[in-house]
Design a protein around this ligand. Structure first.
Ligand SMILES: Nc1ncnc2c1ncn2[C@@H]1O[C@H](COP(=O)(O)OP(=O)(O)OP(=O)(O)O)[C@@H](O)[C@H]1O
Ligand SMILES: [Mg+2]
Length: 415
């Protein structure tokens, strides 16, 4: 209000303006109270710095932590609170926040406590940064778990490493073992092959030897016996001694029997009929001879193959198997009928000797060890398998036995 000279001597305030201003201050005070209440209540450390890196305010958690008084906070810088190196680092972070107008988050360790520090730029309505608001969250627990996890990961890595090394070593050893086993298998296969070859050769030699012995028996012993018989017959014709004659005639009968026996042995060793007339005729001849010796056993034959369909090397096998199977029947089983089959079945030669006798436990018999294990079944199996065939014994106690051998029938023998 001016005096008459025009000098200002007072202010006239509109009552209405005053009321509005008071209401405005009241509102500001309310907001200030609210901010203070939040700052006081929060357990996190909160502080505000201006753009010159000077602290302007802080909450009780903050000044309690740094052991400073509330009134002393304003005007401090990081150099008053932290070692120089850290203070410099924080200044760089502050500058980044002020320039980029974006939050900056980092993990910091202070007084042995881990904090997550969030720097939030305070931006005015002109989009200018006026300060940096700090909040420090205690993340020691999380950090401890993280460190434990890192430790755990490290020890896990170490044990994985150790385990991998162990596995590598085991793998190496296994590989070595596999290689050794492969070598052994190879050697075994080789010696098995050699053994098969030797067995085959042995059987061939046996057959050859038998043939030789049969010939020697027939030609040498047989001929000598015939000569002795002839000589005795000539003595009988000259000497007139009835007593001596009778004795010599008896001797001749014995010699005749010996000649017959030699022939039988020789035929059994190697029947010339097999070479001369073939396997089909030999089977019939063998059955006739068998029935002569064992007249209570009747032999039946079923043969639907012709001679040229059967390979030479299989013929002798069939003969030997038949010989052994029928000898076994005569020796071990009480039966009156034998069925012999030589048939073409599904491109195979199938030879079977079946009896209606008492049968036997095949598994137990084949597993037998020692002196009481016979040789016949094994030799039949060997002969059939070595000639490329398959051997089977089908036997049921009380129902008889089938000795079975089969060989693939090759194209050249089909027709
Ligand atoms: N057809 C069969 N019926 C009943 N039992 C049989 C028959 N064939 C063989 N066996 C049984 O199997 C056993 C073994 O026969 P295998 O021919 O191997 O030997 P073995 O005849 O006793 O003696 P060998 O060495 O003189 O042939 C016989 O002792 C007998 O108990
Ligand atoms: Mg036998």
């Amino acid at each position: 209000m001016p005096d008459p000279q025009g000098n200002i001597i007072g202010i006239v305030e509109d009552f209405k303006d005053m009321r509005e201003r008071n209401r405005f201050y009241e509102k500001i005070q309310q907001q200030q109270d609210l901010i203070n209440a939040v700052l006081n209540a929060t357990p996190e450390l909160i502080a505000l710095k201006d753009t010159n890196h000077i602290y302007r305010l802080a909450n009780p958690a903050f000044y309690d932590f740094f052991n400073i008084k509330q009134k002393d906070v304003s005007g401090l810088t990081d150099f008053d609170l932290f070692p120089k190196e850290k203070a410099l680092k924080y200044r760089i972070h502050d500058t980044e926040t002020i320039n980029s107008l974006t939050k900056h988050i980092s993990d910091e360790k202070m007084n042995n406590i881990w904090f997550q520090t969030i720097r939030t730029p305070v931006i005015n309505d002109k989009k200018k940064c006026t300060g940096v608001l700090y909040s420090f969250y205690d993340i020691s627990h999380r950090k401890m778990l993280e460190l434990k996890l890192i430790d755990l990961n490290k020890s896990l890595e170490v044990s994985v490493d150790n385990r991998t090394k162990e596995l590598k070593n085991t793998n190496k050893k296994l590989q070595k073992e596999v290689n050794e086993r492969k070598q052994t298998e190879k050697a075994l296969k080789k010696s098995e092959k050699e053994l098969r070859y030797l067995s085959k050769e042995l059987l061939k030699r046996i057959e050859k030897e038998r043939k030789h012995i049969a010939m020697e028996l027939h030609d040498v012993i047989g001929r000598s016996l015939t000569a002795i018989k002839f000589k005795i017959e000539s003595i009988i014709s000259i000497k007139d001694n009835t007593d001596l004659k009778t004795q010599l005639l008896q001797t001749i009968n014995l010699i005749k029997q010996a000649i017959e026996d030699v022939r039988d042995i020789s035929v059994n060793l190697c029947p010339s009929i097999l070479n001369d007339l073939g396997i089909v005729a030999t089977i019939s001849w063998f059955c006739r001879e068998f029935e002569k010796i064992y007249p209570w056993i009747f032999t039946e034959k079923s043969i639907n193959m012709i001679e040229k369909q059967i390979p030479e090397e299989i013929k002798i096998v069939i003969f030997r198997v038949m010989q052994e199977a029928m000898n076994n029947i005569a020796k071990h089983c009480y039966c009156d009928t034998i069925m012999i089959r030589l048939n073409k079945d599904n491109e195979k030669i199938v030879f079977e000797v079946e009896d209606t006798g008492n049968g036997f436990d095949v598994k137990a018999q084949l597993n037998k060890k020692g002196y009481n294990k016979g040789f016949g079944l094994v030799s039949m199996k060997e002969r059939i398998e070595l000639s490329g065939g398959t051997f089977k014994i089908i036997s049921r106690i009380g129902s008889g036995t089938i000795i079975h051998g089969s060989w693939p029938l090759f194209r050249e023998y089909l027709s």
